[in-house]
Design a protein around this ligand. Structure first.
Ligand code: C2E
Ligand code: CA
Ligand code: CA
Length: 570
C-alpha cells in the first residue's frame, strides 16, 4: 500500500511510522461507539474522506466515506462559511510546515440548518507533502443544545468573546433581543412550531446584522447582537427597527398564524462600570425587561437613572417584606382629620399608612403599589385595620361618634377574606360597625367588579359605612353612584382643581351635586388646600371636608394634641 511506508513527521526531529489510512479507518470504527464526537481521516493522496458513521445521522453528508473531498465538504458546509473553509484548506496544502487544522465553522444538519462545529485535525506529511489528516469534529453548541435550533453561537461563545475585551473596553453597543410572549407560542402551537419561529428569528436577525457585528443566541428566546465598532445608540435603535420590520413581514407572510413581536434592550459600552460578564448580563437584561415593561414590541436604551430607581425599588421591596415579617416594624399610621362642613366640628379621621426606613419616611405613593404587587398589602391592610379601630375606640372617649376611615386595596378584595377580617377586627376592638368607613377606589372597582359588588353588599349588610374614594380621577362613572349607593363619595382633589379651571368640569361638578342630593349621598371633599378652594366647593355643598387647609395627616399623639384636646376644650 502506498501510504503504509510513509513516515509521519513529528514536531520533534525524529520520525515516526506513518499509519496506513485503512488502519486509521478501522480505528475510527473502533472508537465510533465511544464518543459523540466525529472522528475523521482525510486522505489527500487518494482524495478520500472517512468520518465516524454516526455523522450521517446528523449532517447533510453524501456518506461517511466519499471521494472529491473538497467539493463534498463544501456541500455540507454552511454557505457563509464555505470561503473560510476553502481558504484554510488551500493554506494547509500550500504550506510546507503547518501541522494542524483548527476551524470553527458551520455544517448543515440533515434539515440543512447550520450547526456550529469545531474541526481539529492533525496533518501527516511525507517530505513536506501532506499525506493525510486525522482529527475530530465536535459540536460547539452541544452543551446547550438549544443553540442548534437557531444555528447560532451560544452563551459560552459569547462569554469567551466578551472576555477577549476585558482589558480594553470597546466602543459600541450590545443589543439584547427577546421575543415577546414566546412561551404562549410554544403552548398554543407546539414546541416544534416554536422551534421554527426561533429558527426564522435567527435567520431574520442574521440577515439584518452588518459585517463586523456579532450575533449570539443566549437563552431560549433571547439573542444578543454586539457591535464593538463604535456604533451609537441611534444605530442600535435602527438595527432593532430593521429586525422588527423583517419579523413583521414574516408574521404577515405566515398569515398571522403566530403573532410574534420582539423587544430590544440596548446597552452602550460606556454605561458599563466594569466589563464583567455578570455586569453585562445584568444590565442588558434590565434593558430588555424595561422594553417589555414599556409595552413590548419596542426598544429601550439603558439609562443609569432608571436602573438606580429599579434597584431602589428592589431594596424597598426587600425591606418591606422583612418589616411585615417582623411584626410591621417601621410601619406607622398617620391620621388626617375630617370635619363636618356645616358645624366645623371634628367627625373623624382617615388612617394613612407610613413607612420608615434608615433613609427617612417613605410615602404610600411609593410603597403601596409594592405592597399590592407582592400581596403584602393583605397582612399590612389587616394590621392598619386593627390599629385604626383601636385608635378610634380611644378617641371615642372624648368624641363618642368619632369615625375612622380605612383604605382597602382591590388586592385585599380579590385575594383575601376581607369582609371576615373587617368584621372580626370590629368585634375585637369593640367598635360599632357604623363608626368604621371603608374607602374603596373607583379604579379598583373597575378591575374587580364581581368581587367588589359582593364585598360592597356584605359590608352594607353588616352596617359598615362605605366611601367611594378618589371620585373624579378618570374612571368616573356616575351610574356607580346609583347602582352602588355608597354612603359617602370622596371628591378627589384633582376634580375640584379641574372644576376651578374649566367650565365643562365645573358644570360636571354641579351636575354631580344635584345627583348627590337626589340620591341622598354624603359628600366629602378631599385635598382642600386653600380658602379659595373651600369656597369653590361650597356649591355642592359637601357634608365633610378634608385637606391640608383643615389639617395634615399626622402621628397619633400629634392628632390627639391638635384635634382632640381642642374638641374636648371646645
Ligand atoms: P387617598 O386615600 O386619596 O388619601 C388621601 C391622600 O391625599 C393622602 O396622601 C393625603 O396625605 C393627601 N392629602 C390630604 N389632604 C391633602 C391636600 O390638601 N393636598 C394634597 N395635595 N394632598 C392631600 P398619602 O397619605 O400620601 O396617601 C396616598 C394614597 O396611598 C392614599 O390616597 C391611598 O390611596 C393610599 N394609602 C394610604 N394608606 C393606605 C392604606 O392603609 N391602605 C391602602 N390600601 N392604601 C393606602
Ligand atoms: Ca382614601
Ligand atoms: Ca382619595
Amino acid at each position: 500500500m502506498k501510504d503504509a511506508d510513509a513516515k509521519m513527521v513529528g514536531n520533534e526531529d525524529h520520525e515516526q511510522e506513518l499509519l496506513a489510512v485503512d488502519e486509521l479507518r478501522q480505528m475510527i470504527d473502533l472508537f465510533n461507539p465511544c464518543t459523540d464526537d466525529y472522528l475523521f481521516v482525510l486522505d489527500f493522496q487518494k482524495d478520500i474522506y472517512y468520518i465516524s458513521p454516526h455523522a450521517l445521522e446528523r449532517f447533510h453528508l453524501p456518506g461517511y466515506y466519499f471521494h472529491h473531498v473538497v467539493d463534498n465538504l463544501l456541500v455540507v458546509t454552511y454557505e457563509k462559511d464555505r470561503q473560510a473553509l476553502t481558504e484554510d484548506l488551500e493554506d494547509l496544502l500550500a504550506s510546507k510546515t503547518r501541522e494542524t487544522h483548527n476551524l470553527i465553522y458551520r455544517w448543515l444538519n440533515k434539515e440543512e440548518r447550520p450547526v456550529w462545529i469545531n474541526c481539529r485535525g492533525r496533518v501527516a506529511r511525507k517530505d513536506g507533502e501532506v499525506v493525510y489528516m486525522v482529527g475530530c469534529i465536535n459540536e460547539i453548541g452541544k452543551k446547550q443544545k438549544a443553540d442548534n435550533v437557531s444555528g447560532l453561537l451560544g452563551e459560552t461563545s459569547l462569554q469567551a468573546f466578551l472576555q477577549s475585551y476585558a482589558d480594553v473596553v470597546p466602543d459600541g453597543y450590545l443589543l439584547r433581543l427577546g421575543l415577546d410572549n414566546f412561551k404562549s407560542i410554544n403552548t398554543k402551537l407546539g414546541i416544534e412550531y416554536g422551534d421554527m419561529v426561533l429558527r426564522r428569528m435567527g435567520d431574520i436577525i442574521e440577515q439584518c446584522v452588518h459585517e463586523g457585528q456579532h450575533l449570539y443566541r443566549i437563552v431560549a428566546d433571547e439573542f444578543m447582537i454586539i457591535d464593538f465598532n463604535g456604533g451609537t445608540a441611534q444605530d442600535a435603535s435602527e438595527l432593532y427597527r430593521s429586525i422588527r420590520r423583517s419579523l413583521d413581514q414574516f408574521v404577515e407572510e405566515n398569515h398571522y398564524e403566530a403573532f410574534v413581536t420582539v423587544s430590544g434592550g440596548i446597552l452602550m459600552c460606556r454605561d458599563l462600570q466594569d466589563f464583567s460578564w455578570s455586569q453585562i448580563m445584568k444590565l442588558s437584561e434590565f434593558a430588555l425587561t424595561e422594553a417589555k415593561l414599556l409595552g413590548k414590541n419596542r426598544d429601550y436604551i439603558f439609562d443609569q437613572k432608571d436602573y438606580d430607581s429599579f434597584m431602589k425599588r428592589k431594596m424597598l421591596t426587600q425591606s418591606l417584606r422583612q418589616s411585615v415579617a417582623n411584626d410591621m416594624e417601621g410601619f406607622e399610621v398617620y391620621y388626617q382629620p375630617i370635619f363636618h362642613s356645616d358645624t366645623g366640628l371634628l367627625s373623624g379621621a382617615e388612617a394613612l399608612m407610613r413607612y420608615h426606613t434608615q433613609d427617612g419616611m417613605v410615602m404610600p405613593g411609593e410603597f403601596i403599589p409594592i405592597l399590592e404587587e407582592t400581596g403584602l398589602i393583605i397582612p399590612a391592610g389587616r394590621w392598619i385595620l386593627y390599629e385604626a379601630l383601636r385608635f378610634a375606640k380611644r378617641m371615642q372617649d372624648t368624641i363618642p361618634d368619632f369615625r375612622v376611615n380605612v383604605n382597602v386595596s382591590y388586592v385585599q378584595v380579590m385575594k383575601s377574606d376581607v369582609v371576615e377580617d373587617i368584621m372580626e377586627a370590629v368585634r375585637a376592638c369593640d367598635m360599632k360597625p357604623k363608626d368604621l368607613v371603608i374607602e374603596l377606589t373607583e379604579s379598583g372597582l373597575v378591575e374587580s367588579d364581581v368581587y367588589f359588588t359582593r364585598l360592597w353588599k356584605q359590608l352594607k349588610e353588616n352596617g359598615v359605612k362605605l366611601a367611594l374614594d378618589d371620585f373624579g380621577t378618570g374612571y368616573s362613572n356616575f351610574h356607580y353612584l346609583n347602582d352602588l349607593r355608597p354612603d359617602i363619595i370622596k371628591i378627589d382633589r384633582s376634580f375640584t382643581m379641574r372644576a376651578m379651571a374649566n367650565e365643562y368640569e365645573y358644570n360636571l361638578l354641579s351636575l354631580l351635586s344635584g345627583m348627590v342630593r337626589n340620591l341622598e349621598l354624603k359628600v366629602c371633599v378631599e385635598g382642600v388646600e386653600t380658602e379659595e378652594e373651600r369656597d369653590k366647593i361650597a356649591l355642592l355643598p359637601p357634608d365633610f371636608s378634608q385637606g391640608f387647609f383643615y389639617g395634615r395627616p399626622c402621628a397619633q399623639d400629634v392628632f390627639e394634641e391638635k384635634f382632640i384636646r381642642n374638641a374636648a376644650a371646645g
